[in-house]
Write a new protein. Structure first.
Length: 493
């Protein structure tokens, strides 16, 4: 464990103890949740701790904070401290120094933190969510003057200017209170889902995915985790969430950290040299320009995507024609190593954030407005099946969802999508110790898709479990050896 992780663990244990003593709910989230399942602690390269907490529980924590927080600790949230520069709260060590980019010209506490991403209740009606989201984006723009949020959702610049006018002449506090009254008007008992209050992208969750909580181990502490942990991780990271990413894809966070001083001392050192007024004015003009030009910029990006799509399809067609065997023949032979080579450039473009997006800060517009390369159904099926056989099931499922939205969805594609969902159901059954149901579900899947690595690994879990109990040990050894041999022959890991 790194020195930073040790500090974060101390902070988390303090917060965990407060929550348990006062019957407050939270769940481990993001990369921290992966660490719970995969490492029973921190992911080795992780440098933060994320938890989700329902809004009502957060409000209760704020109410009791004066009597329960240890020395040099604070709760940071904009509905309490209007100088705070983020839309979701944090638990902060005020005697340390860790400034994030959005805090450079702020006055809020900027020490080591636990991110507490608040879950706001949302009705089933999507129009109500869109209303919440629009006000959430404008709220985010006013809370943090440096970052542009609403352009990705094409929030009308006139709406922003109307609220900016209120901000300027009625004051920040009165304006934000008006927005909060709209955003937080829904009661938890009346709503079937939550919106995770992140200005970057307010994710939607079914309530029963999160609660009631379960308990798992994190660095020798029993912690609260989502009720449907596997569904949450698959939703957030895809079916391959448990795989360790290559070194270059291991994400961390940017912060100015200085040991031995507080964030106040660092700010006192550099702030006199910064023209804060000019920075804020420039940021406001940048927001207005970005919001006003959002639709035009998205149209231009779409046209660029179409040009790249045409050249990529031409390249793909050339690769297919140069192949010694047809795609159908390669699928029959299960030569997915060769198929993967044929589809390499197609995947690079089609699976990119610019074409199908991601539910993150930069990719959310494309996620809701994906661009699908125009290839034949035979080609598309071969490409999706290759993704499944090369351990990119989550990407295949996402592409099948996009394809289904076009209205042309042949039966073999519908079958593949349904089978991926069956696999996910089996994973969920396994999590809830419904082992027989999970194993029964896998039987027809293994028959239809022999030697899919993800399916093989999942079946191996059952065999290894029985082997640990002294049952079918030989079968487990033979099965795993056979399928490791398949991986070596095909180049699929």
């Amino acid at each position: 464990m790194t020195e930073k992780q040790e500090h974060l663990l101390q902070l988390f244990r303090e917060l965990d103890e407060i929550c348990k003593k006062n019957n407050l709910r939270y769940v481990m989230a993001g990369g921290t949740a992966i660490g719970v399942v995969r490492n029973e602690g921190f992911i080795p390269w992780d440098d933060d701790v994320d938890i989700y907490m329902p809004r009502d529980d957060w409000n209760k924590l704020v109410e009791i904070s004066g009597s329960v927080l240890p020395e040099h600790r604070a709760l940071q949230c904009v509905d309490v401290d209007r100088s705070y520069t983020n839309t979701f709260p944090r638990y902060v060590a005020t005697d340390s120094c860790a400034l994030h980019k959005h805090q450079i010209i702020g006055r809020d506490s900027a020490g080591e933190i636990i991110d507490v991403l608040t879950l706001d209740p949302i009705p089933a009606d999507d129009k109500e969510y869109e209303k919440y989201r629009t006000h959430m984006m404008i709220y985010s723009e006013l809370v943090n003057m440096v970052v542009v949020y609403g352009a990705r959702w094409e929030i009308p610049v006139t709406a922003y200017l109307r609220w900016l006018f209120s901000y300027t002449f009625l004051g920040k506090d009165r304006t934000l209170k008006k927005l909060e009254k709209i955003m937080y008007s829904y009661k938890e008992e009346d709503c079937p889902r939550y919106a995770m209050r992140w200005g970057g992208c307010p994710f939607l969750f079914d309530k029963d995915m999160m609660f009631p909580v379960k308990y798992m181990s994190f660095e020798n502490t029993k912690v609260m985790v989502p009720h449907r942990m596997s569904d949450y991780l698959i939703w957030h990271y895809g079916d391959e969430w448990s795989y360790i990413p290559p070194h270059g894809e291991r994400e961390s966070h940017d912060a100015v950290t200085v040991e031995g001083i507080t964030y106040k001392e660092l700010r006192d050192d550099y702030l006199p040299g910064i023209r804060k007024g000019r920075l804020r004015r420039d940021s406001i003009w940048r927001k207005i320009y970005s919001l006003a030009g959002a639709k035009r910029n998205h149209r231009l990006q779409y046209k660029r995507n179409l040009l790249l799509a045409k050249s990529t399809v031409m390249d793909l067609e050339a690769r297919i024609s140069e192949s010694r065997h047809s795609l159908k023949k390669l699928v029959e032979k299960r030569d997915f190593s060769q198929l993967n080579e044929i589809f390499t450039k197609y995947y690079q473009v089609q699976l990119s954030s610019a074409f199908i997006g991601r539910e993150d800060f930069g990719g959310i517009y494309a996620f809701y407005h994906p661009v699908l390369l125009e290839v034949s159904d035979v080609t598309f099926y071969a490409a999706m099946l290759t993704l499944v056989y090369t351990e990119r099931i989550g990407k295949a499922w996402r592409m099948l969802v996009v394809k289904e939205q076009t209205g042309t969805f042949p039966s073999e594609l519908a079958q593949l999508k349904s089978d991926i969902e069956l696999f996910r159901r089996a994973v969920c059954d396994y999590e809830f110790k419904r082992y027989q149901e999970a194993e029964d579900t896998m039987v027809p899947l293994m028959e239809r898709y022999p030697e899919v690595p993800g399916f093989v690994k999942f079946k191996s879990r059952f065999l290894m479990e029985r082997a640990r109990n002294g049952i079918d040990m030989v079968e487990a050894e033979l099965y795993i050896d056979e399928h490791c041999g398949f991986s070596r022959r095909t180049g699929i890991s």
